[in-house]
Design a protein around this ligand. Structure first.
Ligand SMILES: [Zn+2]
Length: 274
């Protein structure tokens, strides 16, 4: 009994007749890892078939360039190669094609840039793509937690967050004012797990505080002892006012989490939104 098969990729299984048909198969093969030494489990027979098809293409190319063959000979050899391609592809089923695409398909490109809404993440660190993607998803989660005026730091202009290596940044994180980019070193030992002080989350909001300070001018001068909070808030920095960045972060996380700075946080919230 013969079944009518509906192919997932009917194009691949259509007989090769024209130059376009040849190109279609060629393109398909170029997206597959055919040159592997060892076939993935269960793929030995199919890989042999594909290697044979690839060989026909190599032969066609070889004949096309040959200076020793007449056009008639070239045509005869090419026709023979095409017959071989058709004979091989006609043995494949829809299931085979799916198996080939799944097991031999080249992995999608692993870009070093991920865009999420108006935020662009760039990976110049040693993170592999999987870890880069996972860190981006963490950061997205943190950005979503920004509310009211804190949120403006993201919406004021498209944001770029760049993950960098040690040689680009001595500190765990920084706001690069000249580029308007937040740089974070994922390998930094100073960054702790969780959402406490010095976590990725905290560090990100602190750096965004510098960005806020840069874009949204304040009537109050927060760079005064009155506004000092953490030890870090007293340090001098080229990124801008550390006391502002710390207040920006502390006020995001809230008095409950940082009760020791209740007074400054409350006053800051009062002043910054005015
Ligand atoms: Zn800072």
């Amino acid at each position: 009994m013969k079944y009518v098969t509906i192919y997932a990729k009917p194009d691949i299984l259509k007989p090769v007749k024209t130059i376009d048909d040849l190109k279609r198969i060629r393109d398909w093969l170029s997206g597959l890892n055919i040159k592997v030494g060892k076939a993935p489990p269960g793929m030995k027979k199919l890989l042999t078939e594909l290697k044979f098809v690839q060989k026909q293409f190599d032969t066609i190319d070889e004949y096309a360039d040959s200076k020793f063959m007449t056009p008639e000979q070239k045509k005869a050899f090419t026709d023979s190669a095409i017959r071989n391609i058709n004979a091989t592809l006609s043995r494949l089923t829809e299931e085979d094609i799916n198996k080939i695409d799944t097991k031999l398909g080249k992995k999608e490109a692993e870009p070093d840039t991920i865009k999420q809404g108006s935020t662009t993440y760039i990976n110049n660190s040693n993170l592999n793509f999987k870890k880069f993607k996972s860190l981006v998803s963490d950061m997205e989660g943190y950005l979503k937690k920004l509310k009211s005026f804190h949120k403006k730091v993201v919406t004021v202009k498209p944001l770029t967050i760049r993950f960098v290596k040690k040689d680009l940044s001595k500190t765990a994180a920084k706001y690069k004012q000249d580029k308007d980019e937040v740089w974070i070193r994922p390998d930094s030992k100073k960054i702790i797990k969780g959402d406490g002080y010095a976590s990725f989350y905290y560090v990100l909001v602190h750096e965004l505080g510098h960005r806020y300070d840069y874009f949204i001018k304040q009537k109050t001068d927060f760079d005064k002892p009155k506004w000092y909070t953490t030890k870090y808030s007293r340090t001098d920095s080229i990124a801008g006012s550390e006391s502002f960045a710390e207040l920006f972060a502390l006020s995001h996380f809230g008095v409950k989490k940082y009760p020791e700075y209740e007074k400054q946080i409350k006053e800051f919230l009062d002043k910054v939104t005015k």
